[in-house]
Unconditional design. Structure first.
Length: 204
């Protein structure tokens, strides 16, 4: 029953959000178009509930660029000023309101990660997929990208074991407070979160 209630809340808030924020989303789209050119959106296949694949949508924040060998340039060299601003305030994530509206995501839950990470999880870490991925989550309000992968997964699993509508409301409210502070946008020494290659030691 509480899952259906959560879905109804997600659908209602996503609908309201898309309507109210549509002028703001249009302004961001125009800024990206003028500074980076098309495309405006970045689509990527991510792992959702039960590990099922879905196409996550974000505002594009980086230029396309390769070195002499044809390899993509480091993320730090491709992020634009507009892209950096969007990332600092998590505005690049706003198009995921559409993913929420479709039921592929929730407002609150573990962040959806790459499909290729699935075989790299320990059985315990894989339990983060027992709930829908979210726009924000327990890990995001407790360190965000400044956490190690192991720390993030421990928080994700804790959320999967303890989630309820009251906890979701608490996380959502904390997110609104923390986003303007721009804390934990990236792990020290990295422009974006480094690739997860597997845990050095199994989680207990």
């Amino acid at each position: 029953m509480k899952r259906w209630t959560k879905r109804l809340i997600d659908f209602f808030l996503a609908t309201v959000g898309l309507i109210i924020l549509s002028p703001f989303l249009a302004i961001i789209s125009l800024a990206i178009l003028l500074t980076m050119g098309p495309p405006i959106f970045f689509w990527q296949v991510r792992a959702g509930y039960k590990g099922r694949a879905f196409s996550l949508i974000k505002f594009r924040t980086m230029l396309f660029g390769c070195d002499a060998q044809g390899q993509p340039l480091p993320d730090a060299d491709r992020i634009t000023k507009v892209g950096s601003f969007l990332r600092q305030y998590s505005l690049d994530e706003l198009p995921q309101l559409w993913n929420i509206w479709l039921g592929e995501m929730s407002f609150v839950g573990p962040r959806p990660l790459l499909m290729e990470y699935l075989p790299r999880y320990s059985p315990e870490q894989a339990r983060r997929h027992e709930v829908k991925p979210g726009l924000t989550g327990w890990a995001q309000v407790n360190g965000r990208n400044s956490l190690s992968w192991e720390e993030r997964f421990q928080l994700d699993i804790w959320y999967a074991d303890h989630w309820n509508l009251g906890l979701d409301a608490k996380i959502f409210w904390k997110t609104l407070q923390r986003v303007p502070q721009r804390k934990g946008v990236s792990l020290e020494g990295y422009a974006t979160m480094p690739e997860f290659t597997g845990s050095k030691q199994k989680m207990r």
